[in-house]
Design a protein around this ligand. Structure first.
Ligand code: IMP
Length: 189
């Protein structure tokens, strides 16, 4: 497979990049990592946050770039922590979430990828994985992985060897990669 390799991925989160890199390779895309803590605005949607991050990222590298913003939306908490997932993880963590979720445990993990290759011009791609919040932390890995059980499985993301084949990030990157490679093909013609 011929690899396309001129695309930056900017994040301060190495775990996220490692996952994205491996997933993208499967679709024929080689991502270049630039570690940087991007401005994260307070907004009510991941889309707004990702758009701002992508514009900031492009101002840093001036090359085609993607950023990703993810969030865990718990239905019985009206979508909390959603766009505040990062802050909530850093403050109350998985233990705090487990204390808040009592009976109804349904949740959605969402990934939004924002692509920018021109100042002010951002294209968004998103995907959701439905699931539930586990009763206790199971497994290690990072972020909310130990408490999120994707639908149809009885293990958390942390315990699933194949997380990268089913995750919210996988699904969003699949949609993005198809779009990006098609776009490249037509511009190379
Ligand atoms: P952000 O996309 O970096 O803003 O992520 C928001 C929060 O969700 C952070 O606390 C991340 O650690 C967490 N997070 C994002 N993606 C994942 C994932 O795939 N698994 C577990 N936690 C995640």
């Amino acid at each position: 497979m011929q690899m396309s390799s001129d695309l930056f991925f900017i994040s301060s989160n190495k775990n996220k990049f490692e996952e994205a890199k491996n997933i993208a390779l499967e679709f024929g895309l080689k991502l270049k990592f630039l570690k940087h803590s991007l401005q994260e605005i307070q907004a009510n949607t991941l889309e707004e946050i990702a758009t701002q991050k992508a514009m900031h990222a492009f101002s840093i590298c001036s090359k085609p770039v993607i950023v990703e913003d993810a969030g865990l939306f718990i239905k019985s908490l009206n979508g909390f922590p959603g766009p505040y997932s990062s802050f909530v993880f850093d403050t109350i963590g998985n233990k705090g979430i487990l204390r808040l979720v009592t009976v109804k445990r349904d949740a959605v993990f969402r990934s939004v990828i924002a692509y920018c290759e021109k100042r002010g011009d951002v294209t968004l791609f998103s995907a959701d994985v439905n699931g539930t919040i586990s009763k206790k932390e199971q497994g290690k890995r990072w972020g909310y992985d130990p408490i999120f059980i994707p639908s149809g499985k009885n293990k958390t993301y942390s315990q699933l060897a194949g997380k990268n084949k089913i995750s919210h990030r996988y699904l969003a990157l699949k949609i993005f990669s198809n779009w990006y490679l098609d776009k490249k093909k037509s511009s190379d013609r």
